[in-house]
Design a protein around this ligand. Sequence first.
Ligand code: NAP
Length: 559
Amino acid sequence: MSAATSPSRIVDAVVVGAGFAGLYMLYRLRELGMTTRVFEAGDGVGGTWYWNRYPGARCDVESMQYSYSFSPELQQEWEWTERYPQQEEILRYINHVADRFDLRRDIQLETRVTAATWDEGQQRWNVTTDRGDQLSARYLISAAGCLSAGRVPEIEGLESFQGQWYHTGNWPHQPVDFSGQRVGIIGTGSSGIQAIPQIAKQARQVTVFQRTPNFSIPAWNRPLSPEQQKEWKARYPQLREQARNTRSGILYDYSQRGTFEVDEPERQREYERRWERGGANYTHAFNDIFFDRAANDQAAEFVRSKIRSIVKDPAVAAKLAPTDHAIGTKRICVDTDYYTTFNLPHVSLVDLKASPIEAIVPGGIRTADATHEFDSIVFATGYDAVTGSLDRIAIRGRDGLALKQKWADGPRTYLGIMTAGFPNLFFITGPGSPSVLTNVVVAIEQHVDWIARCLQSMQQRHIEVAEARTDAEDQWVDHVNEVADKTLFPTTASWYTGANVPGKRRVFLPYVGGLGNYTAICEQVVADGYRGMRLDPVPAVEGAAPRTGGNVSAPIDAT
Ligand code: NAP
């Protein structure tokens, strides 16, 4: 239910997006007594979990960890049903949160923010939407998500296709019935790897078009027993605190041992133990997997050997076994029955490196050496990640500079939270923050808490304009690159580097230094009086919009 549209409103904050980040930001802004308008493009809350309704959609972070920690009551009362939560269950949880904390009254659904322009005179953001709303906001906060701008590749002839086509990230709200159909699926990232086994259960014929094989570890998903939940809940405060201090915000079994500190039989036992346990925990079997190619090769070869042992046709197994990138440097996939699906007689694999797609034709997909006939085509082709959702909004900062223009050579931020020249614009899980390399709910809570604390401090000190300093931003960008260069991540063309979007500047987008370290840096920035930021009082401008939150008082230069 969307609240009524009200043109030319004056609010303290506009928040873009009502997923995990937008909802929690709204909650915290309310605590600060700030008037807030949240705009959400979907007709419901939930962000990525609202849009991703494809068969098999499931989070690859375990349920007991992939949830908010800000409310002890919430985390005690909510019951998860499975080890890894299904999309439908996560969406139910997010809706419960929206109701429980009475958040909906400040959320306007089915509305996209289209433009935001910094008004130098008023020291506020003028925000417009595709519904004709016009707002004046002191703060603009992006909770637009890192994986929300879906990408259907530009393949010639798509408009001529006579069947149905779908993108995993914008799936119909009614279940799609593939029974009896011939289905072509393009893409073998996390989404494709989850969807393929489910679609194969229904369809008469499934053809998977793979450009690059991915490493996938079994989820071994199972129901969560009441006892397991009780155990977690009894220790939630400690466990959450521990998780916040890890690299990924997830309680994995992080090994302290190097790959070559143990002998070959012990190495294999460790990989096997992790494989049997399931999930992305596998990539932490030894502490050098992300840093040392020889160590990485050992972990990768174990997975390749598993693929060869599961997939009966050696030629298919060879195509499915990745050899072109270090394991973990593309987001590791977590699956249910992915590799066994290729043993089914009605499932086949097309290697696009050997036979690229030339065109989509009325009857299906034409590759270099065959035409494949389909009733439906599924694009599991991913996202314009991290920056794509911001690029869709015409954001203009000081002197009319467009954010897109400022970031033409790659995004530049301070802490992933702010960017110089765009005062009072905050990003939740922005480029240059750990975001997509973490349990994003933990990263979101850290960001929202930091931003809320910053705004509170500004309120208390009667400061109304915050902006990243260019020198601090430059140093942060250097640091992000320096840390990435110590790992194997930049050796792989992936969406982490923008390589999946033709023409997108290749920059390593997230901060790979670890969430725990990153949080410590953010805390030190606060302890140093918001080092790296300019905090200015609002100048007394004639005709300036009235303040709508906090108190007007004497200016203090906090830098
Ligand atoms: P993705 O990882 O970017 O995978 C897209 C796939 O489509 C890749 O295999 C890619 O091949 C292929 N592709 C793209 N353009 C193509 C083209 N023109 N022709 C042929 N193939 C093409 O996207 P995703 O699977 O949607 O996953 C994105 C991220 O969302 C994940 O990495 C993860 O962070 C998150 N996610 C998480 C879950 C979960 O929690 N379980 C589930 C889904 C998604 P190349 O590799 O060759 O580019």
